[in-house]
Design a protein around this ligand. Structure first.
Ligand SMILES: Cc1cc2nc3c(=O)[nH]c(=O)nc-3n(C[C@H](O)[C@H](O)[C@H](O)COP(=O)(O)OP(=O)(O)OC[C@H]3O[C@@H](n4cnc5c(N)ncnc54)[C@H](O)[C@@H]3O)c2cc1C
Length: 404
């Protein structure tokens, strides 16, 4: 067989980002008891933003039972959006108009904060500004999207409704309408988290791995974490950033774990110019979403399912990714692509689309961040801001939005 006819195997069950360069984060085994101001359980993107923020003025230990980044962070398709899973108009019906407006504004400013951190810290993670195209679907049709665009524009958010003809003309997509918004972004989530952890380490934080936190006991002065390494970690405050693996004994009101699937095409795809600058998602259930990566790969996801274990099923991986690829080909028939990576992961859902970022009930000096939905990484930023304010004894004006 000549080199030209050799065909690389489809990378099944392996996230695209697991092969990124620059994921090295120095770690240590926990070989003795340690005492710090703040212990963070979880070295994913949430633990990374938290450690980056808190290591500025606290001693910090980050603990993970896996190597850093290897939870849901490495699986993320990393559409870094300020649009919440639930439209502003629908969120207003659930939590009231004033709170819904605050939640949208807060997400918008969190995406800006993320961009500022990446720029200030010079983290190389392929971060690019992107517009977002939210297509009418079976959950919200064009009339609902028209009202949604108006409600957002009234808040000063950069969203405009496009009718059927404009969606066809500008994007070659057949839908009854869409909202085009500005101000979101995309990037490599694993390199972003690795960069943040390394900056936290430069501030003095230590990442311990592999170390499983088995139990946490709190008292008025602090928290003691018992680990499988046989040594305890004593901290004045603990923050659980455990993603979708909820820590034992920590209540998780309203947070559901579901399964989701994703794929990436081969790189250097020929595609229309608008696709390089735009994240696309649809108002359907289950929904399809896609975006381009920096190396010209199409990254596509969706087909969420309520079974929290379904993402581990290899047969489902094949079928779900075939469905995702077919949906994309139906929507963008002119874009030809070959699938290179397919993977799946756990995902969170809550009744409001908002996560829980709050002190742990019935435990002193403990915080938990969980229940992240489609824009989980935006919430990782908000979580680091709210928890850091709480630990520093300051009030965050939006903390009430994220209390279950
Ligand atoms: C396929 C897929 C696509 C996604 N797409 C997007 C997207 O486009 N945009 C977006 O914003 N979000 C997206 N998300 C969601 C986003 O990836 C998550 O919100 C984010 O990665 C959560 O990060 P985390 O740090 O909270 O959790 P994780 O990355 O899961 O990190 C938690 C860590 O805690 C560790 N841990 C847990 N329990 C313990 C313990 N007891 N002791 C020690 N360590 C422990 C785990 O080992 C893990 O490393 C997607 C998720 C998936 C699966």
């Amino acid at each position: 067989m000549t080199g030209a006819t050799l065909k690389r195997d489809l990378r099944t069950g392996r996230s695209l980002w697991a092969d990124s360069h620059g994921l090295g984060v120095p770690v240590k085994p926990l070989e003795r008891a340690v005492s710090v101001d703040v212990a963070i359980v979880g070295a994913g993107i949430s633990g990374a933003f938290m450690a980056h923020e808190l290591s500025r003025d606290h001693s910090v230990a980050v603990l993970d039972r896996r190597p850093p980044l290897m939870g849901s962070t490495v699986a993320s398709t990393a559409l870094l959006q300020w649009e919440i899973d639930l439209p502003l108009t629908a969120l207003a019906e659930r939590i009231g108009a004033e709170k819904a407006r605050r939640a949208y504004r807060r997400s918008r400013s969190a995406v800006d904060a993320l961009k500022t951190i990446v720029a200030d810290e010079r983290i190389v993670c392929g971060l690019n500004d992107k517009a977002t195209l939210y297509l009418a679907g079976d959950e919200y049709g064009f009339r609902a999207l028209e009202a949604e665009a108006e409600a957002r524009a009234a808040l000063g958010l950069e969203s405009a409704f496009l009718g059927k003809a404009e969606v066809r003309e500008r994007f070659g997509i057949e839908r009854t309408g869409a909202i085009l918004s500005q101000g979101s972004a995309s990037g490599d989530p694993a390199r972003l988290a690795a960069g943040l952890l390394r900056r936290a380490q430069a501030n003095g934080a230590t990442v311990y791995s592999p170390v499983e936190v088995e139990q946490a006991a709190s008292d008025p002065e602090g928290v003691t974490l018992l680990t499988d390494a046989g040594h305890a970690v004593r901290a004045r405050q603990v923050v659980f950033c455990c993603g979708y693996e909820f820590p034992k004994g920590v209540p998780t009101p309203g947070a559901e774990v579901i399964s989701t699937w994703a794929l990436a095409s081969r790189p250097r795809l020929r595609c229309p110019a608008w696709l390089r600058e735009t994240l696309v998602w649809e108002a359907s259930d289950p929904y399809l979403y896609f975006r381009m990566g920096g190396d010209g790969r199409l990254i596509v996801g969706g087909e969420d399912e309520s079974d929290p274990a379904a993402h581990q099923d290899p047969v489902k991986l094949k079928h779900k990714c075939a469905t995702i690829a077919k949906k994309l080909r139906d929507l963008l028939p002119e874009v030809e692509f070959e699938v290179d990576y397919t993977w799946a992961g756990a995902f969170g859902e809550s009744a409001t689309g908002l996560p829980s970022i709050a002190p742990v009930p019935a435990m002193d000096n403990a915080w938990a961040v969980m229940g992240f939905g489609g824009n989980g990484i935006t919430y990782s930023v908000i979580a680091s801001q709210i928890v850091a304010a709480g630990i520093r004894g300051r009030a965050d004006p939006d903390a009430d939005l994220y209390r279950p």
